[in-house]
Write a protein that binds this ligand. Sequence first.
Ligand code: ZN
Length: 327
Amino acid sequence: MGLSEAQYKKIIDHYDRLRTEHHREELRRLKEVCEKIPGFEDLSHGSASASGETFRRRLSGDSQGKDKGELHDTLLKLREQKEKLLCENGFPKNYLDPILSCPDCRDTGFIGDEPCHCFTELSERFLQDSSNLRILLKTENFEHLSYDYYKGKDLEWFQKAVERSKSFISDFSADYRNLLFFGTVGTGKTFLTCCIAGELIKQGFSVSYYEASEFFDMLYHNAVNKSGAGTEEGIFPDCDLLVLDDLGSEVHSQFSSSRLFDLLNLRFLRRRPMIISTNLDLPGLQERYSNRIFSRIFSQFEAIELSGGDIRILRLQKRFKNTERNA
Ligand SMILES: [Zn+2]
């Protein structure tokens, strides 16, 4: 299964955005350096005018074979001078080098006509995002909605949760909302999350669905391999809805905590909705994550609690009873 046209376009957009971000950062750094080191700006102009001068001479026919060598020497000297100044002023030597997430393709995604390895990695990530969900959506959708496994208060809470899931879908393009499904194992959190995701996909929204442990593994893998780019946009999936299923199942680390915080911030800033589901209760969440993460979640997500027995077990028991009866 290959990339769809929309996915392909998203990847191309990703590279465009990456280059723009990097260029902006390069300019910012240059400005910072020029402000901090007197005389640096003149040196930069020196490089430009050295190249310009040779170019002009060549155009006017006043070209000597040694031009190229001379220019090379001049530029090299200027570069050394600049690097020395940078180091003396506490900047890394390569502070003003072009910023590239993938030097192999210079963030174009292609080497000649061939896709770069970073392009291949990205497209695999895209395909995986959608395939995780495709498998789940076969069984976890509103057609399979059943209230049979709930009673009393559990039933009441589940009915409310279904209503709020449906309103989340109908308000999706007009209202910015985030949902937090919490409650014990097997009470329907993943089911409702998938119902919402499936409906939104049908309406043409892009949805990325991750189990939390797999999500942080992926981020860690990308950080170690330095793929996915140095910008937050490159690190986190850029989709209309991001689902993090089973938050709390991931290995707890400084890395996952700080990534979670960055992710929440970035999506809030952009008003891009999220759904989180977790087996932890609210005090459990607060205990596991820092106060700043908890307060972000608490203030920005609508908390929906589900309760009851483990439906997966109840379903199995029912199926088992039916087979006994039919035997
Ligand atoms: Zn590349």
